[in-house]
Design a protein. Structure first.
Length: 296
């Protein structure tokens, strides 16, 4: 099954329909799929591919771990509302002007027993404590696009950012449905700045293949034309898949180490390595912060 007839649609910056995306997923023509994904990326952001240096904070924060991060990210699930606020205050005291993100939006929803009014109040308190945005909106943790839309609107009403959509666990057969949900979330809120469509956890009984993953990246880019970047996690998927994903439509690499270790030579330092990998994919690297703003 060929998909080259879709090139005109993609070159015009238009999103593919569900039926057209199903054709892409079913196609064995990876070269044509890659060309479509890359064309969609270039239609959205030209040759630029961004990357974010992230300091992940677990437990007691340490200034030494921040390095040259453009984002400090609180890891883990808060035990209570007060625990979330305490973690935020402790980290905010160390990060200065660096954007501070924390928590899964689904976990915050659970803390307030799905009360969206209470969620807005919690978001306002976290903003006052120093949080810039929630770390992620795990789309598969919400029963529907409407549930995710309500939660995003609740935190944004308080001024807290909610702009990075992720997927925690999704068999290959569920991925297209989740991509459609993310599209509806963006149409309703215009909040999403990055979408990471590859699951962080693979089903143990049916792990995906590399072919599945690059098709998923391409389809996410092709269907979600109004989302600025499709994202791949650097520490989770590694440099090789991240580099190939750029050729299939990924426009952002997340989770690059914030501290340059040069013991293996300057080319293997985190920033130099990611810039080299992006250039090798015939793209132009640009560092951004946790708000998806370019760093000077």
């Amino acid at each position: 099954m060929t998909v080259s007839d879709l090139e005109t649609i993609v070159a015009g910056g238009h999103a593919l329909t569900r039926a057209q995306a199903e054709r892409v997923l079913a196609s064995a023509d990876l070269i044509s799929i890659g060309l479509l994904g890359e064309a969609a990326r270039k239609a959205r952001s030209g040759d630029l591919v961004t990357f974010g240096r992230v300091a992940v904070v677990e437990g007691e924060p340490s200034a030494d771990a921040v390095g040259d991060a453009g984002e400090v990210r609180l890891a883990g699930r808060p035990r209570s509302i007060e625990d979330a606020r305490q973690q935020t205050r402790a980290a905010a005291a160390l990060v200065g002007d660096t954007p501070l993100t924390g928590f899964s939006l689904a976990d915050l929803v659970a803390l307030v027993d799905r009360d969206l009014t209470a969620l807005t109040s919690l978001a306002g308190a976290l903003l006052q404590d120093g949080l810039t945005a929630v770390t992620e909106i795990p789309m598969d943790a919400f029963a529907s696009a409407e549930d995710a839309i309500g939660a995003v609107e609740a935190v944004r009403h308080a001024g807290l950012g909610a702009w990075r959509v992720t997927v925690h666990r999704a068999p290959i057969d569920d991925r297209l449905d989740l991509i459609e949900r993310v599209g509806r979330l963006q149409q309703a809120t215009h909040a999403v700045r990055a979408f990471a469509p590859l699951p962080r956890l693979d089903p143990p009984d049916e792990p995906s293949t590399g072919y599945d993953d690059v098709r998923t990246v391409a389809v996410a880019r092709l269907m979600a034309a109004d989302i600025p970047v499709i994202q791949v996690d650097w520490p989770l998927y590694g440099p090789k898949l991240a580099q190939v994903a750029i050729a299939f439509g990924a426009g952002d690499i997340d989770g690059v180490a914030p501290i340059d270790v040069t013991s293996h030579g300057p080319r293997r330092a985190a920033k130099a390595d990611i810039e080299r990998q992006i250039r090798a994919a015939s793209a132009v690297p640009a560092e951004r912060n946790g708000c998806y703003e370019l760093r000077s």
